[in-house]
Design a protein around this ligand. Structure first.
Ligand code: SF4
Ligand code: SF4
Length: 171
């Protein structure tokens, strides 16, 4: 049986408020049913602190215990959790709010840094050079994306260079 966490409005912790302010607005509606975890590819891939478990840890006030956990960076933003949640929690938004919380504390996983570097170099967090394959199937080799558009790429780099990530000096 799932654990049900109910917080009185005057007992909401600073941590919960912080995650809600960072975008996890539906947090308090969670009834810990686990439907989101059951369909989450990140959970299936072995990232334990996503969906139901992430929300439980936040509501339990265990933010500091999980701040270094890399699970949130395993979220694929597929929104399956959002589709199945009976409470309208929008768990993916909670996951991204938690990522922002981690980023504010500079708690990045290696995989997150790699994807940020790809974003800076190509405009895509995950990038594969598909020119050969595209040419083989009769498409123009260069896809119409920032990866092959110098102006767009420069704009992305300007944004990233002037973000808190840029201040870390990883680009
Ligand atoms: S959006 Fe993220 S947390 Fe939600 S099901 Fe997809 S991978 Fe899991
Ligand atoms: S599906 Fe919704 S209510 Fe159920 S555990 Fe996930 S977030 Fe909570």
């Amino acid at each position: 049986m799932s654990e049900y966490i109910k917080l009185e409005s005057d007992k909401i912790s600073e941590g919960v408020k912080t995650i809600m302010d960072l975008g996890g607005h539906g947090l308090l509606r969670c009834v810990q049913c686990g439907a989101c975890s059951a369909v989450c590819p990140g959970v299936k891939a072995g990232f334990p602190v996503l969906c139901r478990m992430l929300i439980k840890k936040i509501l339990d006030g265990q933010l500091e215990e999980i701040i270094e956990d890399s699970s949130s960076w395993g979220c694929q933003a597929c929104n399956r959790c959002t589709e199945v949640c009976p409470q309208g929690v929008r768990p993916q938004e909670v996951v991204f709010a938690f990522r922002r919380y981690q980023a504010n504390d500079l708690a990045f996983s290696t995989s997150a840094i790699t994807s940020q570097m790809n974003l800076h170099a190509y405009g895509h967090a995950v990038f594969t050079d598909a020119r050969e394959l595209r040419a083989k199937v009769g498409l123009p080799p260069e896809a119409p994306t920032s990866a092959y558009n110098e102006k767009a790429q420069k704009e992305i780099q300007t944004l990233l260079d002037n973000s808190p990530m840029g201040e870390l000096g990883i680009f």
